[in-house]
Design a protein around this ligand. Sequence first.
Ligand SMILES: Cc1ncc(COP(=O)(O)O)c(C=O)c1O
Length: 458
Amino acid sequence: MSSDSGTTEQLRQLAIDHLWQHNRDWESAARDQEPLIFVAGDGIRVTDTDGQTWIDVNGGYSSVNIGYGRTEIAEAAFEQLRQIPYFPQGSANPPTIKLAAKLAELAPGNLNRAFPVSGGSLANETALKVARAYQKRRGHDGRFRMISRRGSYHGATGGVLFLGSVPSSPRTDYEPAPPGMVYAPQPNAYRCELGSESPEECAVRCAQAIEDLIRFHGPETVAAVIAEPVSSGPGAVMPDPIYWTMLRDICTRHGVLLIADEVITGFGRTGKLFAMEHFGIVPDIMTIAKGISSSYLPLGATLATDDVAAEFASAGKHLRHVFTFAGHPASAAAGLKNIELIQSEELVDNAARTGEYLSEKLHELQERHPIIGDVRGIGFMQALDLVADRETRAIYPEEAKLVERINARFKKQRLLIKAHSGHIINLSPPLCTTRDDLDEIVAGISQTLGEVEAELDS
Ligand SMILES: Cc1ncc(COP(=O)(O)O)c(C=O)c1O
């Protein structure tokens, strides 16, 4: 099969000559016969330009929550584009208004106001601006610092790039960092940097470390703490619930805003519509993207509580903030239809139930493969943490080329999934994934790990 506009080779050459891909150079892409080019999708499977079917284990960037091929969403967007594709400056449009109201209905607590954007980075940029502006309007002019956790990722744009840190993606090219970035430990019980011996101890120490940082810098200088309820970067880190209870309390006591980044976790991924529901905590600001439209069109939002939003309500106090593509009617129409389908097809429940099955299967895999040091996560957000030695939890040195060995095999099996950061394999499949699908995926991972273990042992 060839695509509409050329054979695979022709398209690939055009990409090598002209396309600047995410996180990729074009010389090694050419050498590896990439990029892969996909032309169709259905559920968790996608078809390439040669007619071969692959399993997209992580559904795009953990973002195609509903799965591929849902023509209802395409039709909702088409119908909106046909009626009116955009909006005159300063006006609103029905789908965006209805989406804002829907988000207020679904989000925990009194997160009743939504600033729509076109993705996760911009949702977090908006959160950062709202947090600082809120503090200033309350008379706290010195509160500019942002506390985030090492290992977390919050986006690629100017401000949020320097929140969190991803060891495999150094930011030295883009320094200097904006002032006020403060880093806290990640509550990862398997690799607790504070030397804790249990998940609860790790959670308590890591939450306490945030309070220590607030005290060290002075509460009068701290605007907000940003954290994902379950952190994807270091591999599906689900903290003991005490962590979020403590964090909420610490932020409230010190007048620091709590921002929950639900860009990955939102819209069902963890087996609840929003992951903060696992902890019963309402943040002051919540950011969402990815699964809100299952990535059918660019969409995200920054949600604020009534208290935070009130600072921007009156004449002259509006948030000075605009993006041309924020509040796009076709994206909102796609988002509304996507949310309707996620709810009517009970996909959040499927993520909870089938996610448990995934966890069981991965634990069985761990029994067979000594390279798996830890299996962790919740719902359809699970991860394997690979080790050279289970006792010490040491990871393989870079020279062992573990990630390259694993990823080459996944590709051969036409499994779209990648090891990253030297030792992590994330699994965050679409919410429609079945037990049979998971059996196939886990069998593929088992085969890959078995071969790599044998190769590294020899
Ligand atoms: C937790 C989290 N926040 C923010 C982002 C940035 O979202 P986007 O790529 O839509 O800008 C991501 C993307 O992977 C993410 O995982």
